[in-house]
Design a protein around this ligand. Structure first.
Ligand code: ZN
Ligand code: ZN
Length: 125
């Protein structure tokens, strides 16, 4: 693959924001992600920031939900993750989000079953 900006140079990576091939003249590294120098730096910073924030939020929710029997929280998060994963253009992120979403749906189902088992006042089915 060649650099999008320099057709004569070989690309060394793909920009996380615009998914174009970039050569070593054009590349810059943000955390562990590659970005087009001076073009996509801000966007990649924003993407990384958003991902980090949503994982932080998720961790907080997980802690909260262990206190409040969060079958519904798990299920909602699972659906949100899968939808987000399906509509996002960034494949790398989708590969993270979709399995995470499935894990949440499963966790939601498990804690729903557990809460039924633990609470005999619930009617069966
Ligand atoms: Zn770019
Ligand atoms: Zn280049």
């Amino acid at each position: 693959m060649k650099c999008y900006y320099h057709p004569d140079y070989d690309a060394v990576g793909i920009c996380k924001n615009c998914q174009k091939g970039i050569c070593k003249e054009c590349v810059t590294e943000i955390d562990t992600s590659l970005a087009c120098k001076d073009r996509c730096e801000e966007d990649v910073k924003r993407i990384n920031f958003t991902v980090e924030k949503s994982y932080q939020m998720l961790q907080t929710r997980l802690v909260q939900s262990t206190h409040s029997g969060g079958a519904i929280v798990y299920t909602i998060l699972g659906i949100l993750f899968i939808l987000y994963g399906l509509f996002i253009i960034d494949l790398e992120l989708a590969y993270l989000l979709i399995p995470a979403g499935c894990a949440f749906l499963l966790a939601g189902y498990m804690s729903f079953r557990n809460s039924k088992k633990l609470n005999p006042s619930n009617p069966p089915d």
